[in-house]
Design a protein around this ligand. Structure first.
Ligand code: 5AD
Ligand code: SF4
Length: 396
């Protein structure tokens, strides 16, 4: 199974290539390969991330072609005659972006964190959590399984804010993964120095996932003791300037958050040059000061996705694991039908997955990765979505 459709390079201008997907043309930035017209590539988030042989590409495209058009029909049918906010959002998504759905892998390589966010189970003060760090070889091997065996074309490398991974280690990790198992590499490593992020970009990382958590400065300071919202926003802007694809967002339902805050959160996400919105419901963790605070309802979360889609029609909106955790049976499907169009599958080795305990009982924690992929793909097909990313990042 494949999580992106190979595209044929039809034009090259400096490092921008025009790629053809079943007659649809997209642009992508090529930082990594020497390409000629007629070559086949995989693009993710507007970047060429992998090259594929012509023969392999043709075989994959043959199996895709018929399915692709069938899925488009199903998606179109489900988006017709919208009646409520969420259905309107779904129809906006269908009109603006069609049926492609990004499916990224996420590898959680360390659960150490130097911070003490009130909402998070990985907080430094949670002494009941068993901590782990994957060493460099382990991370490279796990990434290789995700990319070469499971065929992911984009991989989020996530950890708590853990300075044990210094520049030297992180650069080695990125370079080795890019060399052995090329994919779009997205960093989710917290607030590290802008200079470090610059080096990691040079080493081959192209995405940064860093939520601003809340647009309300007073709430931010309360929830993240010792931290300053301006510094975080400045860093997100800096990362954008460096060239990173930006994935950012907020938490829904933090104690003290108002409806007005939530609207500002959505607006702020859209104003940061964001390539992917990442926001999900707060879920209380028993070993944190917010243990007794309630989660928001699934309805609130779905409405936030729908509003975001209507306010930013062309955005990519992640359906988070936390939404799925609120409703394990149907949360993912509902999120995708309320304006969402991307998701992540956890590819962390099973022995560590349970320890990445941001909040309890996370959806997918015990699942076998292959079974999880199969069930996600089945769900996507049932609602007419193609698990692809055909390079939306660059429009002109
Ligand atoms: N519930 C939901 N999401 C959480 N995060 C941290 N703690 C929780 C929680 N209790 C999110 C934060 C952080 C991301 C890695 O996980 O938004 O940015
Ligand atoms: Fe650390 Fe991130 Fe959790 Fe805060 S939310 S404690 S920075 S892992």
């Amino acid at each position: 199974m494949c999580y992106a459709i190979p595209g044929k390079v039809v034009e090259i201008k400096d490092n921008i290539v025009t790629v053809d997907y079943f007659g649809e043309k997209r642009k992508a930035k090529n930082d990594f390969y020497k390409l000629s017209a007629g070559d086949y590539i995989y693009a993710q988030g507007g970047f060429v991330v992998q090259r594929v042989s012509r023969q392999e590409a043709k075989e994959i495209l043959k199996t895709w072609e018929e399915l692709f058009f069938k899925l488009q029909q199903t998606d179109l049918r489900l988006a017709q005659k919208p009646k409520d906010l969420r259905q309107i959002a779904n129809s906006v998504r269908q009109k603006e972006l069609g049926n492609s759905c990004c499916v990224h892998g996420i590898l959680e390589f360390s659960n150490y964190c130097r911070n003490d966010c009130l909402y998070c189970g990985l907080r430094n003060s949670n002494s009941s959590l068993t901590r782990y760090r994957m060493d460099i070889d382990e991370i490279v091997a796990a990434a290789d399984i995700a990319v070469r065996k499971l065929k992911f074309k984009a991989l989020v490398l996530q950890s708590g804010e853990d300075p044990w991974y210094d520049g030297k280690k992180l650069i080695e990790i990125i370079k080795r993964i890019r060399k052995k198992s090329p994919a779009l590499l997205i960093l989710s490593i917290g607030e590290r120095e802008a200079g470090l992020y610059e080096k990691l970009y040079k080493a081959g990382a192209r995405g940064a996932l860093l939520r601003f958590e809340t647009s309300n400065p007073a709430l931010y300071k309360k929830m993240r003791p010792g931290h300053n919202p301006k510094e975080r926003l400045d860093l997100i802007n800096r990362l954008h300037d460096i060239g990173y694809l930006i994935m950012t967002g907020f938490l829904i339902g933090l104690p003290g958050q108002t409806q007005e805050d939530l609207l500002k959160d959505i607006q702020l996400t859209g104003s940061l040059g964001t390539d992917m919105f990442s926001f999900g419901p707060f879920i209380p963790h028993p070993q944190t000061p917010l243990a007794d605070s309630p989660s928001p309802s699934i309805e609130e979360t779905l409405d936030a996705i729908a509003r975001t889609r209507i306010m930013s029609p062309e955005s990519r909106i992640l359906v988070t694991t936390s939404l799925e955790t609120l409703d394990k049976e149907d949360g993912l499907r509902q999120g995708l039908l309320s304006g969402g169009n991307s998701l992540m599958i956890n590819v962390t080795p099973k022995k560590y997955r349970r320890l990445y305990d941001i909040y309890p009982d996370r959806a997918g924690t015990d699942a076998d990765i292959k079974e999880r992929i199969d069930s996600v793909v089945k769900l996507l097909y049932s609602i007419g979505r193609a698990p692809t990313d055909i390079g939306l990042g660059i429009q002109s």
